[in-house]
Design a protein around this ligand. Structure first.
Ligand code: 5GP
Ligand code: MN
Length: 334
């Protein structure tokens, strides 16, 4: 497996005596954020550290089964507790994000308290937000990097099925079940995890075949009534209004993955899922091939992410954001 200049020795050194370790990941945590946080949580707990996990906002229900998830603290829900956990930390372990802006007010606290931080991440253009940065955009997922940390640190002997299932969840969610962002190591790691006895069938079923009736109907609504195809720009857009949110009682996680349906149409290279949230408009962007939605998200929509999967937001009305998005297409799609 490739270990390109990873600061594994520095991480091991920083964690060589029991400490108060607070693990943080990004708002709207996904399978990779949750899986990497929980895998680290279980592993570091074995070494006598006091370990806390905090995410800024709630996690989707499809991850409810994950071992240890009930021990995690949501900043939006238990703000004072979360603040205490950050303040008490000797070390912050920041997983699956590369700019403190991605963790809202928690980032401000970490910055102001000048906390020693270890970052492990795979997004483009990392900010210098940590003393120790294990950042690799060639990695499929943060879970891949956490596995490589365990391997490089000689911690694999402490692996359990629980930890393996957490890591596998990040591998499959960030690669869309091994369909994109893969590399040879992804399959080697998946094989090694299967070897130790993870229930991969269960995980796929829980994560991908686990929609409520409401979610399936909402998917139908998006595709039948809210999708616009712009063949000249090889682009499809789905825009959801505040009214849609009310009518379908849309909760966090209900819209997960809908953007990918647009890319099922042959010839479509760019997909945008644009939603009117209470305070802002959020964009989820996906692309195929050599069109960088990361560039689009960072240039126009205060966001970023990966070359073919990115997101952003804007404090403007929904219609305005959709217009802005359409207007920039000629510059990016030839
Ligand atoms: P999603 O569309 O699933 O919310 O996000 C896709 C990718 O874009 C993820 O890798 C995520 O980290 C990134 N992303 C989503 N929203 C934002 C944002 O507001 N800012 C940045 N920098 N990245 C984002
Ligand atoms: Mn990730």
């Amino acid at each position: 497996m490739t270990h390109t200049n990873y600061p594994i020795a520095d991480i091991v050194n920083e964690l060589s005596v029991p400490k108060y370790v607070t693990i943080v990941s990004h708002r709207n945590p996904d399978g990779d954020a949750i899986g990497s946080s929980l895998a680290m949580y279980h592993m570091l707990s074995k070494f006598g550290h006091t370990v806390r996990v905090i995410w800024p906002s709630e996690y989707p229900a499809v991850f409810e089964w994950m071992p240890g998830i009930k021990d995690c603290t949501i900043y939006d829900v238990h703000t004072d507790l979360a603040k205490t956990y950050i303040e008490m930390a000797d070390v912050i372990v920041a997983l699956d994000f590369n700019s403190l802006e991605r963790i809202d007010k928690m980032g401000k606290i970490i910055h102001e308290e000048d906390k020693k931080t270890i970052m492990i991440d795979h997004h483009i253009d990392p900010e210098p937000m940590a003393e120790i940065m294990m950042s690799d955009t060639a990695a499929s997922s943060t879970c891949e990097l956490v596995y490589k940390l365990f391997q490089g640190a000689n911690w694999l002997k402490h692996m359990t099925v629980d930890i393996g299932e957490c890591l596998y969840t990040g591998l499959i969610t960030d690669t869309g079940s091994f369909r994109h962002a893969t590399n040879p190591d992804v399959y080697k790691i998946a094989g090694a995890l299967k070897e130790i006895g993870i229930d991969d069938y269960k995980i796929h079923d829980q994560v991908f075949d686990n929609m409520t009736e409401k979610q399936v109907r909402l998917l139908g609504h998006c595709l039948a009534n809210r999708m616009e195809i712009l063949p000249e720009f090889k682009t499809g857009i789905i825009a959801l209004t505040k009214n849609d949110y009310l009518k379908f009682n849309i909760q966090r996680g209900d819209t997960e993955g809908i953007v990918n349906y647009i890319l099922k149409i042959p010839g479509i290279r760019v997909a945008a899922f644009i939603t009117e949230q209470p305070k802002l408009v959020k964009l989820s962007l996906r692309s195929k091939g050599d069109i960088s939605v990361q560039q689009i998200a960072s240039e126009y929509f205060n966001g970023g992410g990966h070359f073919n999967a990115s997101g952003g937001h804007m404090y403007k009305p929904l219609n305005t954001v959709v217009s802005i998005f359409k207007n920039i297409l000629p510059n990016h799609i030839k």
